[in-house]
Design a protein. Structure first.
Length: 101
């Protein structure tokens, strides 16, 4: 199944990778991107391998690292998975509610 990032997810990924490069290192950034890629491949073949969000109906939660989770939805008719947003788990959870509405 095809996986794509929403516009919000693209922005969040760009911000996150910029932060990793500026505050940590190129290696940390690339390690994160490898983990993210592995998780994307996982959900593309095992659609429901991540738990459904209890709070947000029809949305799945995929933990990439201890600090970063992405949320996605499956469109079976169009045979695609949309990654809605990436979320820093250290943030206020109310920010997530706004992103997933």
């Amino acid at each position: 199944m095809e996986v794509f990032l929403s516009e919000l997810a693209k922005v969040k990924l760009k911000e996150l990778t910029h932060h990793l490069l500026e505050d940590w290192s190129y290696k940390v950034k690339m390690d994160f991107l490898a983990k993210l890629d592995a998780k994307i491949k996982q959900i593309s073949t095992h659609l429901e391998s991540c738990p459904k969000s209890v709070e947000f109906g029809g949305i799945y939660k995929c933990v990439v690292t201890r600090q970063t989770t992405f949320f996605y939805r499956i469109n079976f008719k169009q045979k695609e998975i949309e990654i809605i947003t990436l979320f820093d788990t250290r943030q206020d959870p109310n920010k997530l509610k706004k992103q997933l509405k």
